[in-house]
Design a protein around this ligand. Structure first.
Ligand code: M6R
Length: 611
């Protein structure tokens, strides 16, 4: 996620901007830049790569001035490059942006017709030109910003520096976060609290649609009618590290809480007229209609997202899917047909096994596609077709929000495949997309709110050496990811079994008090899973059932603890994501109760770049 810092004061702002960008770097970034209003105008310096590259550039292109803006960019539109880095300038102004302007293509088309030329591939440049076009018309910064804001769809936090008002900063936001702070002699804007902590502990959360005007130590807030607005100042009592975690005890918990937001941020840009549209050649309707088989190749959690997608794609689009562990795929002779789609999934885009598997497929002359979170990562650069998820940086080693957005993207792919093959009506596809965009994030938020019940479950797990997850169909696959989550951060031994397979051997491990977590999201398979619950209970298991709302209403579940997972419909796919959020929370709460280093579990790395 991008980071914004802005300063208006009496002293040189460059150290403040660089310090702020450094503090915001935990948000993840691939390039950085600053723009400073000096005696000879506004000067911008920006560089692809880490902050050191920017600092190096500043040695040969020094700038100074008392008002300025800075930005760390997490690429979404356009690869990491100097040109795509912020700040962006258009005639009368320079600005920084965090968020995604969904209708930037339409805005750019209009502006090109007015004579604007674009030098970057970013959505942000459209915002800069749009505000510039209105400022040239009316000469009023507030009116120009408000008019542009009305036209922009999506999310934005903007910091704007008009060249003819070198002491003043303008800021507005929708969706993306922005705070405003004041000291005795200066004022600041920032994406997040840690960036202001060296100067003050008081700040204002800028409400959506309110314009902040910062001029030295003076700050005013106004609405779109120009009326002044009084805003409440809040005080922070966290230290810097806690502030980076947004006040959450761990990054993992923060990242679970971000799931509703990143799910919407991932799905929204891929909807056109309510239907999924990926805008890459390998994923258009014609290409998908001709796909004969799909091979999904990935590691760990990303591979588990593929397992869930297999359930969906085979059932609804009737395309055969194989899901392969990347390291295994590489070690054998996979049979790949000309009309096959080979899809790689990776949060980091740097996982060595996934990357080498991709290279192997490319060497065979077969087209490759990838679902990746990190823009400009190696997998993203080397795959023929890339679809980005928009989870933002995931810092905790245990993957949570990245899994949710991978699954959401795979759900969109399922709908695309089913449409392309005439197996789903447009009406149903639209209904499903709306549920994915609106209802599923809401159910996830309600699931997170079940924290107290989940803490009780965790308290029953933390002393147990072996824990089993059972379920059928998609529920068995969810169990596989749930058990990985629990294992990696609690060091407890957890295994997932297809509920019907237990009686073929593993049930011998169940004894008095063994926790068995049963997952039930599929109505048509629920009775059979209930039978498996009875089997383990009669052998002494302590059964925790995570059951989606509709299923819980219809039948008695013979469990010791019951967690009813909120869901917005009876179809199993709708329940899958909130159910996984519940599983992530169970793992998190168990590890936290055990006092473990949740974000940095032993022996593990966030990105596995070795084979
Ligand atoms: O970055 P990737 O998605 O390629 O990473 C793959 C796995 O290493 C990763 O999902 C791992 O399993 C997670 N830490 C599990 O939470």
């Amino acid at each position: 996620m991008c980071g914004i810092i802005g300063f208006s004061g009496e002293t040189d702002c460059v150290p403040v901007l660089l310090g702020g960008l450094d503090t915001l770097s935990y948000r993840g970034y691939d390039s950085a830049g600053i723009a400073v209003a000096g005696v000879s105008g506004v000067h911008t310096v920006k560089a692809k790569g880490k902050l050191d590259a920017l600092k190096e550039k500043l040695k040969t292109h020094p700038v100074s001035g008392s008002t300025g803006i800075g930005h760390t960019r997490w690429a979404t539109h356009g690869a990491p490059s100097d040109e795509n880095s912020h700040p962006h300038t258009s005639g009368t102004l320079t600005l920084v942006h965090n968020g995604i302007i969904e209708n930037y293509a339409a805005i750019a088309e209009k502006l090109r017709a007015l004579g604007y030329t674009f030098v970057s591939e970013t959505d942000t440049e459209a915002a800069a030109h749009l505000i510039d076009s209105y400022y040239r018309e009316n000469g009023d910064p507030a009116a120009a910003i408000y008019r542009a804001a009305q036209e922009m769809h999506g999310s934005y936090a903007l910091g704007v520096l008009f060249h003819d008002r070198p002491n003043t900063l303008y800021a507005i936001r929708k969706g993306s976060p922005l705070i405003v702070a004041q000291t005795d002699s200066a004022s600041l804007i920032a994406s997040d609290i840690p960036a202001i902590l060296p100067y003050t502990r008081s700040y204002v959360r800028l409400p959506e649609g309110i314009l902040a005007v910062l001029d030295g130590a003076e700050i005013s807030f106004s609405d779109e009618n120009g009326s002044e607005v009084a805003l409440k100042t809040e005080t922070v009592d966290w230290d810097v590290e806690a502030a980076q975690r947004g006040g959450y005890a761990h990054f993992m918990l923060k990242e679970i809480h971000e799931e509703p937001e990143v799910l919407r941020a991932t799905v929204a840009p891929y909807l056109k007229d309510g239907l999924p549209h990926f805008d890459v050649p390998g994923f258009d309707g014609g290409a998908l209609a001709g796909v004969e088989r799909i091979h999904i190749v990935a590691c760990g959690t990303a591979m588990h997202a593929g397992l869930l997608a297999r359930q969906w794609i085979e059932a609804e689009a009737r395309v055969p899917v194989t899901v392969e562990i990347a390291s295994e795929f590489r070690g054998r002779e996979p049979i790949l047909g000309e009309k096959d789609l080979v899809l790689f999934i990776s949060q980091s885009g740097e996982t060595a096994d996934t990357l080498e598997a991709l290279r192997l497929v490319k060497a065979r002359g077969v087209r490759t596609a990838a679902i990746v979170n990190v823009v400009g990562s190696t997998v993203a650069r080397e795959a023929d077709d890339v679809i980005y998820t928009r989870a933002g940086p995931e810092i905790a080693v245990a993957s949570t929000k990245a899994y949710i957005v991978q699954c959401a993207t795979l759900r969109l792919l399922t709908i695309c495949l089913a449409l392309a093959r005439g197996r789903m009506t447009e009406e149903d596809a639209r209904r499903q997309c709306r549920i994915l965009l609106e209802d599923v994030p809401e159910s996830i938020a309600k699931t997170i709110a079940l924290a107290a019940e989940i803490e009780t479950i965790a308290s029953r797990l933390k002393t147990k050496p072996h824990i089993f997850y059972i379920g059928r169909g998609a529920d068995s696959v969810l169990g596989t990811e749930a058990s990985l989550k629990l294992k990696e951060i609690t060091y407890l031994h957890a295994e997932a079994y297809a509920a019907g397979e237990l009686k073929h051997g593993t049930i011998s491990l169940v004894e008095d008090g063994t926790p068995v977590i049963a997952i039930l999201t599929e109505e048509s398979l629920a009775e059979k899973t209930v039978s498996a619950i009875r089997e383990v209970k009669s052998r002494g298991a302590f059964v925790i059932a995570a059951v989606s709302e509709g299923i819980a209403e219809n039948r008695e579940i013979p469990s010791d603890l019951l967690l009813t997972v909120p869901t917005a419909g009876r179809e199993a796919w709708i329940a899958a994501l909130p159910t996984m959020t519940a599983m992530q929370m169970i793992a998190y709460c168990t590890a936290a109760q055990m006092g473990l280093d949740v974000d940095r579990p032993r022996n593990l790395a966030k990105s596995v770049t070795v084979e």
